[in-house]
Design a protein around this ligand. Sequence first.
Ligand SMILES: Nc1ncnc2c1ncn2[C@@H]1O[C@H](COP(=O)(O)OP(=O)(O)OP(=O)(O)O)[C@@H](O)[C@H]1O
Length: 451
Amino acid sequence: MTQEQWGELKKELLKTVGSHNYKNWIEPLELNGVSDDGVATFSVPTSFLGNYVSREYGDLIQYQIRSLLPEIRRLRFQVAANSAAKPKVPASTTSQPAMIQNDGLMPAAPLDERFTFDTFVVGKPNELAHAAAKRVAEGGPVTFNPLFLYGGVGLGKTHLMHAIAWELQARRPDLNVVYLSAEQFMYRFVQALRDRKMMDFKQVFRSVDVLMVDDVQFIAGKDSTQEEFFHTFNALVDQNKQIIISGDRAPGEIENLENRIKSRLQCGLVVDLHPTDYELRLGILQSKVETFGQQYPELEMSQGVLEFLAHRISTNVRVLEGAMTRLYAFASLVKQPITLELTQDCLADVLRASERKISIEEIQRKVSDHFNIRLSDMIGPKRVRNFARPRQVAMYLCKQMTSRSLPEIGRCFGGRDHTTVMHGVKRIEELRAQDGQIAEDLELLRRTLES
Ligand SMILES: Nc1ncnc2c1ncn2[C@@H]1O[C@H](COP(=O)(O)OP(=O)(O)OP(=O)(O)O)[C@@H](O)[C@H]1O
Protein backbone atom coordinates (compact mmCIF):
# COMPACT_ATOMS: atom_id res chain seq x y z
CA MET A 1 0.00 0.00 0.00
CA THR A 2 1.43 3.38 -0.93
CA GLN A 3 1.13 6.52 1.16
CA GLU A 4 -1.20 7.91 -1.53
CA GLN A 5 -3.48 4.90 -1.23
CA TRP A 6 -3.48 5.23 2.54
CA GLY A 7 -4.30 8.94 2.10
CA GLU A 8 -7.30 8.00 -0.04
CA LEU A 9 -8.45 5.40 2.47
CA LYS A 10 -8.17 7.94 5.25
CA LYS A 11 -10.57 10.19 3.36
CA GLU A 12 -13.05 7.31 3.22
CA LEU A 13 -12.57 6.66 6.92
CA LEU A 14 -13.19 10.32 7.65
CA LYS A 15 -16.59 10.02 5.99
CA THR A 16 -17.44 6.91 8.00
CA VAL A 17 -16.26 7.86 11.47
CA GLY A 18 -16.88 11.62 11.44
CA SER A 19 -14.35 14.41 11.90
CA HIS A 20 -14.13 14.22 15.69
CA ASN A 21 -13.24 10.53 15.83
CA TYR A 22 -11.07 10.89 12.77
CA LYS A 23 -8.95 13.60 14.37
CA ASN A 24 -8.55 11.66 17.60
CA TRP A 25 -7.95 8.16 16.31
CA ILE A 26 -7.30 7.88 12.59
CA GLU A 27 -5.21 10.93 11.82
CA PRO A 28 -2.39 9.96 14.23
CA LEU A 29 -1.87 6.62 12.42
CA GLU A 30 1.22 6.59 10.21
CA LEU A 31 1.61 3.88 7.63
CA ASN A 32 5.00 2.19 8.00
CA GLY A 33 4.64 -0.39 5.29
CA VAL A 34 3.22 -3.74 4.29
CA SER A 35 5.12 -6.98 4.73
CA ASP A 36 5.21 -9.77 2.16
CA ASP A 37 2.80 -11.83 4.19
CA GLY A 38 0.15 -9.11 4.05
CA VAL A 39 0.57 -7.32 7.38
CA ALA A 40 0.10 -3.55 7.26
CA THR A 41 2.00 -1.85 10.08
CA PHE A 42 1.08 1.54 11.48
CA SER A 43 2.98 3.71 13.92
CA VAL A 44 0.95 5.01 16.81
CA PRO A 45 2.08 7.60 19.39
CA THR A 46 0.98 5.54 22.42
CA SER A 47 0.01 1.97 23.17
CA PHE A 48 -3.26 3.30 24.55
CA LEU A 49 -4.12 4.79 21.17
CA GLY A 50 -3.04 1.60 19.41
CA ASN A 51 -5.19 -0.54 21.67
CA TYR A 52 -8.15 1.70 21.26
CA VAL A 53 -7.93 1.95 17.49
CA SER A 54 -7.44 -1.79 17.18
CA ARG A 55 -10.45 -2.47 19.35
CA GLU A 56 -12.82 0.15 18.03
CA TYR A 57 -11.73 0.70 14.43
CA GLY A 58 -9.55 -2.30 13.54
CA ASP A 59 -12.32 -4.07 11.68
CA LEU A 60 -13.44 -0.97 9.88
CA ILE A 61 -9.93 -0.06 8.74
CA GLN A 62 -9.28 -3.59 7.62
CA TYR A 63 -12.56 -3.68 5.79
CA GLN A 64 -11.74 -0.46 3.91
CA ILE A 65 -8.20 -1.52 3.12
CA ARG A 66 -9.24 -4.90 1.83
CA SER A 67 -11.80 -3.42 -0.52
CA LEU A 68 -8.82 -1.82 -2.26
CA LEU A 69 -6.02 -4.25 -1.49
CA PRO A 70 -7.39 -7.72 -0.75
CA GLU A 71 -3.90 -9.09 -0.16
CA ILE A 72 -3.66 -7.22 3.16
CA ARG A 73 -4.77 -9.69 5.76
CA ARG A 74 -3.80 -8.14 9.04
CA LEU A 75 -3.12 -4.84 10.74
CA ARG A 76 -0.45 -4.14 13.30
CA PHE A 77 -0.18 -1.06 15.46
CA GLN A 78 3.26 -0.36 16.77
CA VAL A 79 4.30 2.35 19.19
CA ALA A 80 6.65 4.70 17.36
CA ALA A 81 10.14 4.32 18.78
CA ASN A 82 10.75 8.05 18.90
CA SER A 83 7.30 8.94 20.14
CA ALA A 84 7.85 12.10 22.18
CA ALA A 85 5.68 13.65 24.87
CA LYS A 86 3.46 10.69 25.46
CA PRO A 87 0.40 11.80 27.35
CA LYS A 88 0.11 10.21 30.76
CA VAL A 89 -2.64 7.66 31.04
CA PRO A 90 -3.49 5.56 34.08
CA ALA A 91 -0.85 2.90 34.55
CA SER A 92 -3.21 0.00 34.01
CA THR A 93 -4.17 1.10 30.50
CA THR A 94 -0.56 0.92 29.40
CA SER A 95 -0.07 -2.56 30.72
CA GLN A 96 -1.36 -4.08 27.53
CA PRO A 97 1.28 -5.01 24.98
CA ALA A 98 2.51 -2.20 22.81
CA MET A 99 1.84 -4.20 19.67
CA ILE A 100 -1.67 -5.28 18.88
CA GLN A 101 -2.68 -7.53 16.07
CA ASN A 102 -6.03 -7.69 14.47
CA ASP A 103 -6.53 -11.06 12.98
CA GLY A 104 -9.51 -11.21 10.66
CA LEU A 105 -10.40 -14.77 11.64
CA MET A 106 -10.53 -14.29 15.38
CA PRO A 107 -14.07 -13.53 16.50
CA ALA A 108 -13.26 -12.05 19.91
CA ALA A 109 -12.36 -8.44 20.59
CA PRO A 110 -9.60 -7.70 23.14
CA LEU A 111 -10.69 -7.12 26.71
CA ASP A 112 -9.75 -4.03 28.67
CA GLU A 113 -7.59 -4.95 31.65
CA ARG A 114 -9.14 -2.22 33.75
CA PHE A 115 -12.67 -3.56 33.42
CA THR A 116 -12.89 -6.24 36.11
CA PHE A 117 -15.27 -6.90 39.01
CA ASP A 118 -12.60 -5.62 41.39
CA THR A 119 -12.67 -2.18 39.82
CA PHE A 120 -16.45 -2.02 39.44
CA VAL A 121 -17.98 0.04 42.22
CA VAL A 122 -21.38 -1.22 43.32
CA GLY A 123 -24.17 1.04 44.50
CA LYS A 124 -27.96 1.08 44.52
CA PRO A 125 -28.30 2.01 40.83
CA ASN A 126 -26.26 -0.93 39.55
CA GLU A 127 -26.51 -3.59 42.24
CA LEU A 128 -28.94 -5.82 40.40
CA ALA A 129 -26.97 -5.69 37.17
CA HIS A 130 -23.80 -6.43 39.12
CA ALA A 131 -25.38 -9.39 40.93
CA ALA A 132 -26.68 -10.85 37.68
CA ALA A 133 -23.30 -10.38 36.01
CA LYS A 134 -21.57 -12.08 38.94
CA ARG A 135 -23.92 -15.02 38.75
CA VAL A 136 -23.28 -15.53 35.04
CA ALA A 137 -19.55 -15.13 35.61
CA GLU A 138 -19.56 -18.13 37.96
CA GLY A 139 -19.90 -20.26 34.85
CA GLY A 140 -22.38 -22.65 36.49
CA PRO A 141 -25.44 -24.09 34.78
CA VAL A 142 -27.17 -21.58 32.54
CA THR A 143 -30.10 -20.15 34.47
CA PHE A 144 -31.14 -17.11 32.49
CA ASN A 145 -30.51 -16.89 28.83
CA PRO A 146 -29.80 -14.35 27.58
CA LEU A 147 -28.71 -11.92 30.24
CA PHE A 148 -29.63 -8.54 28.80
CA LEU A 149 -27.97 -5.50 30.39
CA TYR A 150 -29.14 -2.08 29.40
CA GLY A 151 -28.66 1.50 30.45
CA GLY A 152 -27.66 4.96 29.28
CA VAL A 153 -24.28 6.03 27.96
CA GLY A 154 -21.24 5.43 30.15
CA LEU A 155 -22.98 3.63 33.01
CA GLY A 156 -20.80 0.53 32.99
CA LYS A 157 -22.35 -1.97 30.56
CA THR A 158 -19.10 -2.63 28.73
CA HIS A 159 -17.21 -2.70 32.02
CA LEU A 160 -19.52 -5.40 33.39
CA MET A 161 -19.35 -7.45 30.23
CA HIS A 162 -15.55 -7.41 30.21
CA ALA A 163 -15.60 -8.29 33.91
CA ILE A 164 -17.75 -11.34 33.18
CA ALA A 165 -15.39 -12.39 30.40
CA TRP A 166 -12.28 -11.99 32.59
CA GLU A 167 -13.82 -13.93 35.42
CA LEU A 168 -15.07 -16.72 33.16
CA GLN A 169 -11.65 -17.03 31.58
CA ALA A 170 -10.11 -17.39 35.02
CA ARG A 171 -12.67 -19.81 36.46
CA ARG A 172 -13.44 -21.83 33.39
CA PRO A 173 -10.47 -21.74 31.02
CA ASP A 174 -12.06 -24.67 29.19
CA LEU A 175 -14.87 -22.42 27.92
CA ASN A 176 -14.62 -20.56 24.65
CA VAL A 177 -15.78 -17.09 25.70
CA VAL A 178 -16.25 -14.56 22.93
CA TYR A 179 -16.87 -10.88 23.53
CA LEU A 180 -17.42 -8.44 20.70
CA SER A 181 -19.49 -5.40 19.85
CA ALA A 182 -22.52 -5.71 17.59
CA GLU A 183 -20.64 -3.49 15.15
CA GLN A 184 -17.76 -5.97 15.05
CA PHE A 185 -20.23 -8.78 14.59
CA MET A 186 -21.53 -6.96 11.55
CA TYR A 187 -18.09 -6.30 10.04
CA ARG A 188 -17.14 -9.92 10.49
CA PHE A 189 -20.37 -11.00 8.89
CA VAL A 190 -19.91 -8.63 5.93
CA GLN A 191 -16.32 -9.74 5.54
CA ALA A 192 -17.34 -13.40 5.57
CA LEU A 193 -19.98 -12.71 2.92
CA ARG A 194 -17.49 -10.91 0.73
CA ASP A 195 -14.83 -13.57 1.13
CA ARG A 196 -17.40 -16.31 0.61
CA LYS A 197 -16.58 -17.73 4.01
CA MET A 198 -20.05 -17.89 5.48
CA MET A 199 -19.67 -21.50 6.48
CA ASP A 200 -16.52 -20.63 8.47
CA PHE A 201 -18.32 -17.71 10.05
CA LYS A 202 -21.26 -19.85 11.13
CA GLN A 203 -18.99 -22.55 12.41
CA VAL A 204 -16.85 -20.14 14.43
CA PHE A 205 -19.83 -18.45 16.07
CA ARG A 206 -21.71 -21.64 16.73
CA SER A 207 -18.74 -23.18 18.48
CA VAL A 208 -18.51 -20.60 21.26
CA ASP A 209 -19.60 -21.48 24.79
CA VAL A 210 -20.38 -17.97 25.95
CA LEU A 211 -21.23 -15.25 23.47
CA MET A 212 -21.24 -11.64 24.59
CA VAL A 213 -22.45 -8.95 22.20
CA ASP A 214 -22.14 -5.32 23.27
CA ASP A 215 -24.34 -2.44 22.03
CA VAL A 216 -26.84 -4.62 20.19
CA GLN A 217 -28.81 -1.54 19.11
CA PHE A 218 -26.18 -1.11 16.42
CA ILE A 219 -27.67 -3.89 14.29
CA ALA A 220 -31.16 -2.36 14.38
CA GLY A 221 -32.24 -1.61 10.84
CA LYS A 222 -29.44 -3.74 9.32
CA ASP A 223 -31.55 -6.53 7.96
CA SER A 224 -29.14 -9.24 6.91
CA THR A 225 -26.97 -8.77 10.01
CA GLN A 226 -30.07 -9.10 12.18
CA GLU A 227 -31.03 -12.22 10.33
CA GLU A 228 -27.63 -13.80 10.92
CA PHE A 229 -27.58 -12.66 14.53
CA PHE A 230 -30.96 -14.30 15.04
CA HIS A 231 -29.73 -17.62 13.68
CA THR A 232 -26.53 -17.49 15.73
CA PHE A 233 -28.55 -16.65 18.81
CA ASN A 234 -30.99 -19.51 18.30
CA ALA A 235 -28.27 -22.04 17.55
CA LEU A 236 -26.46 -21.19 20.79
CA VAL A 237 -29.58 -21.12 22.94
CA ASP A 238 -30.55 -24.52 21.53
CA GLN A 239 -27.21 -25.86 22.68
CA ASN A 240 -27.76 -24.29 26.10
CA LYS A 241 -24.83 -21.89 25.68
CA GLN A 242 -24.82 -18.67 27.66
CA ILE A 243 -25.49 -15.42 25.81
CA ILE A 244 -24.99 -11.96 27.27
CA ILE A 245 -26.15 -8.91 25.41
CA SER A 246 -26.03 -5.20 26.16
CA GLY A 247 -28.02 -2.35 24.72
CA ASP A 248 -28.69 1.30 25.33
CA ARG A 249 -32.36 0.61 26.12
CA ALA A 250 -34.72 -2.25 26.92
CA PRO A 251 -35.15 -4.76 24.07
CA GLY A 252 -38.75 -3.74 23.42
CA GLU A 253 -37.73 -0.13 22.97
CA ILE A 254 -35.02 -0.59 20.36
CA GLU A 255 -36.42 0.81 17.15
CA ASN A 256 -36.01 -1.08 13.90
CA LEU A 257 -35.11 -4.28 15.67
CA GLU A 258 -37.11 -7.21 14.38
CA ASN A 259 -39.88 -8.30 16.71
CA ARG A 260 -38.69 -11.87 16.80
CA ILE A 261 -35.28 -10.67 18.04
CA LYS A 262 -36.87 -8.38 20.61
CA SER A 263 -38.88 -11.24 22.01
CA ARG A 264 -35.83 -13.53 22.11
CA LEU A 265 -33.88 -10.90 23.99
CA GLN A 266 -36.68 -10.59 26.52
CA CYS A 267 -36.75 -14.30 27.21
CA GLY A 268 -33.99 -14.32 29.80
CA LEU A 269 -33.18 -11.80 32.46
CA VAL A 270 -33.38 -8.13 31.53
CA VAL A 271 -31.70 -5.78 34.01
CA ASP A 272 -30.94 -2.11 33.76
CA LEU A 273 -28.20 0.10 35.06
CA HIS A 274 -29.86 3.17 36.51
CA PRO A 275 -28.30 6.62 36.30
CA THR A 276 -25.71 7.05 39.04
CA ASP A 277 -26.60 8.63 42.36
CA TYR A 278 -24.36 10.82 44.49
CA GLU A 279 -23.06 7.99 46.67
CA LEU A 280 -22.10 5.83 43.70
CA ARG A 281 -20.33 8.72 41.99
CA LEU A 282 -18.41 9.46 45.16
CA GLY A 283 -17.46 5.79 45.53
CA ILE A 284 -16.23 5.65 41.93
CA LEU A 285 -14.20 8.83 42.41
CA GLN A 286 -12.64 7.47 45.59
CA SER A 287 -11.62 4.30 43.81
CA LYS A 288 -10.07 6.35 41.01
CA VAL A 289 -8.01 8.31 43.51
CA GLU A 290 -6.13 5.13 44.31
CA THR A 291 -5.22 4.60 40.67
CA PHE A 292 -4.28 8.20 40.04
CA GLY A 293 -2.38 8.35 43.33
CA GLN A 294 0.07 5.78 41.99
CA GLN A 295 0.61 7.78 38.85
CA TYR A 296 0.83 11.17 40.51
CA PRO A 297 2.20 10.48 44.01
CA GLU A 298 2.98 14.17 44.43
CA LEU A 299 -0.71 15.15 44.25
CA GLU A 300 -3.17 14.89 47.11
CA MET A 301 -6.89 14.77 46.53
CA SER A 302 -9.18 16.14 49.22
CA GLN A 303 -12.55 14.72 50.15
CA GLY A 304 -14.04 18.18 49.52
CA VAL A 305 -12.99 18.18 45.87
CA LEU A 306 -14.31 14.65 45.39
CA GLU A 307 -17.64 15.61 46.88
CA PHE A 308 -17.74 18.70 44.71
CA LEU A 309 -17.20 16.59 41.59
CA ALA A 310 -19.74 13.98 42.68
CA HIS A 311 -22.31 16.74 43.20
CA ARG A 312 -21.66 18.60 40.07
CA ILE A 313 -20.94 15.99 37.42
CA SER A 314 -23.95 13.77 37.29
CA THR A 315 -24.03 12.99 33.58
CA ASN A 316 -22.20 9.67 33.44
CA VAL A 317 -19.17 7.83 34.74
CA ARG A 318 -17.12 8.37 31.61
CA VAL A 319 -17.39 12.13 32.02
CA LEU A 320 -16.49 11.78 35.69
CA GLU A 321 -13.38 9.77 34.81
CA GLY A 322 -12.41 12.21 32.09
CA ALA A 323 -12.69 15.05 34.59
CA MET A 324 -10.36 13.26 37.03
CA THR A 325 -7.80 12.52 34.33
CA ARG A 326 -7.80 16.13 33.26
CA LEU A 327 -7.63 17.45 36.77
CA TYR A 328 -4.61 15.34 37.74
CA ALA A 329 -2.80 16.07 34.49
CA PHE A 330 -3.48 19.79 34.82
CA ALA A 331 -2.41 20.03 38.46
CA SER A 332 0.72 18.08 37.68
CA LEU A 333 1.58 20.32 34.72
CA VAL A 334 1.07 23.60 36.58
CA LYS A 335 2.63 22.07 39.70
CA GLN A 336 -0.16 23.17 41.99
CA PRO A 337 -2.18 21.31 44.62
CA ILE A 338 -5.69 20.20 43.66
CA THR A 339 -7.90 22.75 45.35
CA LEU A 340 -11.52 23.60 44.74
CA GLU A 341 -10.43 26.76 42.87
CA LEU A 342 -8.10 24.83 40.59
CA THR A 343 -10.82 22.24 39.97
CA GLN A 344 -13.31 24.91 38.97
CA ASP A 345 -10.78 26.55 36.65
CA CYS A 346 -9.62 23.39 35.02
CA LEU A 347 -13.08 21.87 34.53
CA ALA A 348 -15.09 25.00 33.82
CA ASP A 349 -16.54 23.65 30.56
CA VAL A 350 -17.42 20.22 31.98
CA LEU A 351 -19.06 21.83 35.00
CA ARG A 352 -21.05 24.23 32.87
CA ALA A 353 -22.26 21.38 30.68
CA SER A 354 -23.57 19.38 33.61
CA GLU A 355 -24.77 22.32 35.63
CA ARG A 356 -27.57 21.66 38.05
CA LYS A 357 -30.08 24.37 38.45
CA ILE A 358 -29.84 24.94 42.16
CA SER A 359 -29.97 28.63 42.97
CA ILE A 360 -28.33 30.56 45.77
CA GLU A 361 -31.78 31.68 46.94
CA GLU A 362 -32.95 28.10 47.18
CA ILE A 363 -29.93 27.16 49.29
CA GLN A 364 -30.43 30.15 51.57
CA ARG A 365 -34.06 29.26 52.08
CA LYS A 366 -33.38 25.61 52.83
CA VAL A 367 -30.53 26.41 55.22
CA SER A 368 -32.51 29.01 57.17
CA ASP A 369 -35.42 26.56 57.48
CA HIS A 370 -33.06 23.84 58.62
CA PHE A 371 -31.51 25.98 61.35
CA ASN A 372 -34.81 27.54 62.17
CA ILE A 373 -33.75 31.14 61.65
CA ARG A 374 -35.25 33.88 59.53
CA LEU A 375 -33.90 34.29 56.01
CA SER A 376 -33.38 38.00 56.64
CA ASP A 377 -31.20 37.19 59.68
CA MET A 378 -29.04 34.85 57.70
CA ILE A 379 -28.46 37.35 54.93
CA GLY A 380 -28.39 40.40 57.23
CA PRO A 381 -25.46 41.97 59.07
CA LYS A 382 -25.84 40.31 62.51
CA ARG A 383 -22.68 38.43 63.51
CA VAL A 384 -23.98 36.38 66.44
CA ARG A 385 -23.07 32.74 66.16
CA ASN A 386 -26.67 31.56 65.79
CA PHE A 387 -26.80 33.36 62.48
CA ALA A 388 -23.14 33.31 61.46
CA ARG A 389 -22.77 29.53 61.40
CA PRO A 390 -25.84 28.83 59.22
CA ARG A 391 -24.67 31.65 56.97
CA GLN A 392 -21.31 29.97 56.53
CA VAL A 393 -23.01 26.64 55.89
CA ALA A 394 -25.12 28.28 53.19
CA MET A 395 -22.04 29.92 51.65
CA TYR A 396 -20.27 26.58 51.62
CA LEU A 397 -23.20 24.87 49.90
CA CYS A 398 -23.43 27.70 47.37
CA LYS A 399 -19.79 27.16 46.50
CA GLN A 400 -20.24 23.40 46.31
CA MET A 401 -23.53 23.21 44.50
CA THR A 402 -23.58 26.18 42.13
CA SER A 403 -21.07 27.56 39.69
CA ARG A 404 -21.35 31.09 41.07
CA SER A 405 -18.09 32.85 41.94
CA LEU A 406 -17.13 33.98 45.44
CA PRO A 407 -17.93 37.68 44.72
CA GLU A 408 -21.33 36.69 43.29
CA ILE A 409 -22.09 34.62 46.37
CA GLY A 410 -20.95 37.47 48.60
CA ARG A 411 -23.32 39.87 46.85
CA CYS A 412 -26.26 37.53 47.55
CA PHE A 413 -25.34 37.50 51.24
CA GLY A 414 -26.07 41.15 51.89
CA GLY A 415 -23.17 42.45 49.77
CA ARG A 416 -20.39 40.72 51.70
CA ASP A 417 -16.85 40.70 50.40
CA HIS A 418 -15.51 37.60 48.59
CA THR A 419 -12.86 37.10 51.31
CA THR A 420 -15.65 36.69 53.87
CA VAL A 421 -17.20 33.98 51.72
CA MET A 422 -13.82 32.32 51.29
CA HIS A 423 -13.27 32.34 55.03
CA GLY A 424 -16.75 30.90 55.64
CA VAL A 425 -16.22 28.10 53.13
CA LYS A 426 -12.86 27.22 54.68
CA ARG A 427 -14.29 27.25 58.19
CA ILE A 428 -17.05 24.81 57.26
CA GLU A 429 -14.57 22.58 55.48
CA GLU A 430 -12.55 22.39 58.71
CA LEU A 431 -15.60 21.87 60.90
CA ARG A 432 -16.92 19.19 58.64
CA ALA A 433 -13.90 17.06 59.40
CA GLN A 434 -14.04 17.66 63.17
CA ASP A 435 -17.70 18.02 64.03
CA GLY A 436 -20.04 15.12 63.27
CA GLN A 437 -23.12 17.29 63.74
CA ILE A 438 -22.06 19.75 61.03
CA ALA A 439 -21.20 16.87 58.70
CA GLU A 440 -24.67 15.44 59.27
CA ASP A 441 -26.36 18.81 58.71
CA LEU A 442 -24.50 19.25 55.44
CA GLU A 443 -25.41 15.81 54.23
CA LEU A 444 -29.07 16.29 55.06
CA LEU A 445 -29.18 19.69 53.38
CA ARG A 446 -27.47 18.41 50.29
CA ARG A 447 -29.97 15.58 49.96
CA THR A 448 -32.92 17.91 50.39
CA LEU A 449 -31.53 20.33 47.84
CA GLU A 450 -30.88 17.60 45.33
CA SER A 451 -34.25 15.96 45.65
N1 LIG B 1 -19.74 1.22 38.71
C1 LIG B 1 -18.58 1.56 38.11
N2 LIG B 1 -17.42 1.44 38.78
C2 LIG B 1 -16.25 1.79 38.22
N3 LIG B 1 -16.14 2.30 36.95
C3 LIG B 1 -17.27 2.44 36.25
C4 LIG B 1 -18.54 2.09 36.78
N4 LIG B 1 -19.48 2.36 35.86
C5 LIG B 1 -18.82 2.84 34.79
N5 LIG B 1 -17.50 2.89 35.01
C6 LIG B 1 -16.45 3.37 34.10
O1 LIG B 1 -17.03 4.34 33.23
C7 LIG B 1 -16.52 4.21 31.92
C8 LIG B 1 -17.66 3.99 30.96
O2 LIG B 1 -18.23 2.71 31.22
P1 LIG B 1 -18.66 1.70 30.05
O3 LIG B 1 -17.78 1.87 28.85
O4 LIG B 1 -18.77 0.35 30.64
O5 LIG B 1 -20.08 2.31 29.74
P2 LIG B 1 -21.22 1.79 28.78
O6 LIG B 1 -22.43 1.69 29.60
O7 LIG B 1 -20.77 0.57 28.05
O8 LIG B 1 -21.36 3.01 27.80
P3 LIG B 1 -21.73 3.09 26.23
O9 LIG B 1 -23.21 3.05 26.17
O10 LIG B 1 -21.19 4.40 25.81
O11 LIG B 1 -21.09 1.92 25.54
C9 LIG B 1 -15.54 3.05 31.95
O12 LIG B 1 -14.23 3.55 32.05
C10 LIG B 1 -15.92 2.28 33.19
O13 LIG B 1 -14.82 1.64 33.79
